[in-house]
Design a binder for this molecule. Sequence first.
Ligand SMILES: NC(=O)c1ccc[n+]([C@@H]2O[C@H](COP(=O)([O-])OP(=O)(O)OC[C@H]3O[C@@H](n4cnc5c(N)ncnc54)[C@H](O)[C@@H]3O)[C@@H](O)[C@H]2O)c1
Length: 395
Amino acid sequence: MAGELRAAIAGTGFVGAVHARSARLAGALLAGVAASSEESAAAAASRLGAERSFGSAEAMVEAEGIDVVHICTPNHLHLPLAEAALQAGKHVICEKPLALDAEGAERLVKTAAEAGRQATVPFIYRYYPTVREARERVRDGRTGAVRLLHGTYLQDWLLSPEDHNWRVEEELGGASRAFADIGSHWCDLAEFVSGHRIARLSARVATAHPERRQSGTETFGRAGGDRGELHRVRTEDAAVVQFETDGGALGTVVVSQVAPGRKNRLWLEVDGAEEAIAFDQEAPELLWCGRREAATLLPRDAEALSPAAARYVTLPAGHPEGYADCFDAFVAEAYRAIQTGEAIEGLPVFADGLRAARITEAVLASARAQAWVQVDDAASGPGAAGGDAVVEVGG
Ligand SMILES: NC(=O)c1ccc[n+]([C@@H]2O[C@H](COP(=O)([O-])OP(=O)(O)OC[C@H]3O[C@@H](n4cnc5c(N)ncnc54)[C@H](O)[C@@H]3O)[C@@H](O)[C@H]2O)c1
């Protein structure tokens, strides 16, 4: 029973608060929170209704009386905190990216297996009923063979050189910013829906602002009045990737955090031989299904969807569900895996986080080499950024 779980949250910013809500709704007790300082942890404990605050995330992940730790800090802390939590016998829900590179993510996959704990990653877009419906239509053959995967993930909250966030800094966010942060969600979704794996890719990245002012923008916020120092930016604002899959499909994705007017536009189209399907994260109540004779908009209605999709519907059609509902469904499923030991099909686990890290490394390697690269898909071994991974094609 989820009611027996005692959850703790490290990092209480944008997504930490979303996790706290989902943990509660899944019936867990919010046993503790940790933030960047003792004072901010105490304030967050009272804001989120946690039993107590901890002086540091390091102390919290080792504390008695906690079953599951949610890691929602800036990226550079994911690996050390997840590793310490697993070694202390906790189950872990760790935000993406799992680590700053694929080697770190691989270490976490091994640590979780050795610890025998549940280790999941919030690729929560998998939890839209319309996404599950798209996946079912590919799986049961209604789309026919998948030929093309294409789409975008566009945001504008880092549009101006005055906009800043810890994600911009390589040491805190990792060598890839826009792609690791949001492109990884798109690739996870494209692979999840199509059942294909991205086998090789060619990428270009762009940094719109070579310098930004360290103005401390909150996630999805606007630059405040404090005009910090200008500093050099080494992470990308945008990426364009074309790829081939192991199932013989071609694809493209455009990722940007400087796309004016776009807030969280994850859009994915799967073109099959018989039917194409398009999912738009900002309009997730309707799934576009295109056939030669007619295109239809399928509503998120339990009666209209396949059973595999209908089971994620929580409200009657016409009463919109959204991002937070996906988070709730993901956390409830992660907790069920913890409590039953069940391997739940479709639940994103650390291996999926490692997969995202490998695709990200391939994107950076390709952009550096201006060449096609193979995406490393091995359970272990060198990442795609390794020297011999670069494959020249077609001159
Ligand atoms: N799965 C998703 O849909 C999704 C959405 C948003 C963010 N994320 C991921 O979640 C993580 C957090 O992102 P965010 O947007 O919430 O960022 P944020 O800046 O809003 O929050 C980060 C929080 O971590 C805290 N923090 C900083 N140093 C800390 C430390 N040493 N110990 C404990 N806490 C510390 C900060 O005080 C802040 O509250 C990132 O890794 C991001 O990639 C995932």
